[in-house]
Ligand binder design. Structure first.
Ligand SMILES: Cc1cc2nc3c(=O)[nH]c(=O)nc-3n(C[C@H](O)[C@H](O)[C@H](O)COP(=O)(O)OP(=O)(O)OC[C@H]3O[C@@H](n4cnc5c(N)ncnc54)[C@H](O)[C@@H]3O)c2cc1C
Length: 438
């Protein structure tokens, strides 16, 4: 029995090491150093390409919960990160060289893992394949993937609008209505007066923006204009674009608002709303400042910040099943950023889950039960596999994914409640499903 893991980044390294731990032979393909991506600098496995932070360790933070759960289900790279930590009190900040060196040593000294330093251009011969070639998958292989899964299901860049938690919105200042009359339960509208609109456009014009990581990112701006670039093109550009009030006459006054900011439900439970058409390059701090000026969004909590960047990812709900397998080739799994998750920790998480799914199938004949949606793991998995719209966008860990708790508790207390329940539930899931498989 042989598993081929394609790409030795964060997801691929985690997956390979776990499979090997369970006694499964792995061929791990990595194209570096023969060929590199525009951002990797070394030949090590699991290189951190930008920041050296694996985000918060605190339990009232969504990334703190995700890491707590990954610790319970025994993530190898999380252990290595803790061993390589420069600081681990509030955030897990690592020495990037020590981290990737240690992962490389673990892989190279493991007799079950054969590392093959070459570019994959097609699926190799193996019983199971894990595709984890990341956001900068080589062009050659990306074209092959496109052919295998369908032209429309592989994306090459990400134009993300901010996503906010429903529980942080003031619904008294907004109303549900679909401008086409199709589904009045999905779109939440915030009417703006002329004065409010002009003040908002002014703030967009003054806001600080990120400079792109890659030169090619600028091309994507033209294909999908960030909101601040639209605002700079003229005072009325937004009012005739994503903020147009057409079809959104106020039911109580029959007045047409001057402009409208639209929010769209991002999941079936309506716990998350994105700002329609608002992809942006503003810094996170500026997104909070500028969007909280909008009536009803004064206390908005951000689950995802807007961005426009190069990113290869697949349309998960259209092509994968609940276990991250291609529906038309169920021995081919996806992990990491390709899976439509965003961030280092989420990439490791994907590699960990896929390894567990494969080990369970090999040892018990079937995949495990899915983790419950009360856990960050189950909720993130459920979100990406059941995203309800056509334009699937990557997601990161956040508390809006875990359904609301209706106990009248709010803010930090609600997050702590959800976190404690998540940790208890993932431990139970592990005891029920994973005992004896390693
Ligand atoms: C420029 C940039 C900056 C980012 N900064 C951050 C950040 O600061 N914090 C954060 O949390 N997330 C960040 N991310 C997002 C994401 O978390 C990382 O990209 C993360 O490394 C993704 O993990 P992965 O395992 O999916 O891919 P990677 O870690 O990129 O691993 C993929 C591996 O596959 C290899 N590969 C590609 N094609 C082939 C092929 N055909 N054959 C063989 N090998 C191949 C690559 O060389 C690479 O080693 C960033 C992403 C980008 C693009």
């Amino acid at each position: 029995m042989k598993v081929a893991v394609l790409g030795g980044g964060l997801a691929g390294s985690e997956c390979a090491l776990n499979l090997a731990k369970a006694g499964i032979d792995v061929e791990l393909y990595e194209m570096r150093p023969r060929k590199s991506t525009p951002v990797h600098k070394t030949s090590e496995f699991a290189e951190l390409v930008c920041s050296n932070s694996l985000k918060s360790m605190e339990i009232h933070n969504a990334h703190g919960v995700l890491k707590e759960e990954m610790g319970i289900i025994d993530s190898v790279l999380l252990k290595v990160a803790k061993m390589s930590a420069i600081s681990s009190s509030r955030a897990l900040v690592v020495d990037r060289n020590i981290f990737s060196r240690k992962v490389t040593e673990l892989i190279e000294s493991n007799s079950r893992i054969k590392s093959i330093r070459e570019e994959v251009t097609e699926f190799p011969d193996a019983d199971f394949i894990v595709v984890s070639t990341g956001p900068l998958t080589s062009n050659h292989f990306a074209n092959y993937l496109k052919m295998k899964i369908g032209e429309d299901f592989l994306n090459f860049y990400d134009a993300v609008a901010p996503v906010v938690l429903a529980e942080s919105l003031d619904y008294s200042k907004m109303y549900f209505k679909d401008r086409h009359g199709d589904d009045d339960e999905i779109y939440l509208n915030i009417p703006l007066t002329k004065e409010e609109y002009l003040r908002f456009v002014n703030e967009l014009n003054d806001a600080e923006v990120h400079q792109p990581h890659l030169a090619e990112d600028k091309e994507y701006f033209e294909a999908c204009l960030p909101i601040e670039i639209m605002a700079a093109r003229g005072e009325d550009t937004l009012r005739y674009g994503p903020m147009r009030p057409d079809g959104l006459t106020l039911s109580w006054s029959k007045e047409k608002p001057y402009a409208v900011l639209q929010l769209r439900a991002e999941n079936r439970e309506k716990t998350l709303f994105s700002i329609v058409g608002f992809q942006t390059q503003m810094t996170m701090h500026e997104q909070e400042r500028v969007f909280r000026m909008i009536p009803g969004m004064e206390m908005a909590e951000f689950a995802v910040y807007g961005k426009v960047h190069r990113n290869t990812y697949i349309n998960v709900p259209r092509v994968l099943d609940n276990y991250f397998r291609l529906t038309k080739m169920d021995n081919v799994f996806f992990a990491g950023q390709l899976l439509g998750t965003e961030g280092y920790v989420e990439a490791i998480w994907g590699g960990l889950l896929v390894s567990i799914f494969i080990i369970h199938i090999l040892k018990k004949g079937v995949p495990p039960e899915l983790p419950p949606v009360t856990t960050m793991t189950g909720a993130l998995l459920d979100y990406i596999t059941h995203y309800p719209h056509e334009d699937f966008k990557p997601m990161n860990a956040n508390f809006g994914l875990i359904n609301n708790v209706h106990f009248g508790i709010k803010g930090r207390d609600r997050r702590i409640y959800k976190a404690k329940r998540a940790v208890k539930d993932i431990a139970e899931w592990k005891d029920k499903n994973l005992s004896g498989i390693f």
